[in-house]
Design a protein around this ligand. Structure first.
Ligand code: RB5
Length: 151
């Protein structure tokens, strides 16, 4: 069965998101396009939140968010407990986001990256496993922050 991958963007990430939906299909995944569905101005927190909730609920294992810089959607997604959204601007960051940070959400900037630059970043992030070991302890410490009073 094909892995379902939720993906969403605001207007500034709309074109890159559409390209990546097609690319995910080519790679053999089943992208679920959670919007935006047109180029009209929308608010990026709504889309970061949507994908993060899909992932954290267990409905999907991982997801992709896109806005103009990738910053806004990554901040919004990371407000959802259990989300580990990583903003990546190159292949090395995508590799490390998986190997060391076990990032379950990839954030990209549609005004930062061309589709040609974004595609290998996405592919690397999809194909790189988490290393575990000492990195698991650090991931657990991130989760512990979410359970601190006031968080
Ligand atoms: C929208 O103009 C822009 O602010 C948004 O896409 C994103 O870059 C925010 O971080």
């Amino acid at each position: 069965m094909k892995e379902r991958i939720p993906i969403a963007s605001d207007h500034a990430g709309f074109e890159l998101k559409n390209d990546l939906v097609e690319y995910l299909r080519q790679l053999g995944y089943e992208p679920e396009d959670l919007g935006a569905h047109g180029p009209e101005s929308v608010d990026y927190p709504d889309y970061g939140r949507k994908v993060a909730r899909e992932v954290v609920s267990g409905a999907a294992k991982r997801g992709v968010v896109v806005c103009g810089t990738g910053i806004g959607v990554s901040i919004a997604a990371n407000k959802v407990h259990g989300a580990r959204a990583a903003l990546c601007t190159n292949v090395f960051m995508a590799e490390m986001a998986r190997r060391h940070n076990d990032a379950n959400i990839l954030a990209l900037g549609g005004r930062v990256l061309s589709p040609e630059a974004a595609r290998p970043i996405l592919k690397t992030w999809l194909e790189t496993p988490f290393e575990g070991g000492r990195h698991s302890r650090r991931i657990q410490k991130i989760a512990d922050i979410e359970n601190e009073p006031g968080c």
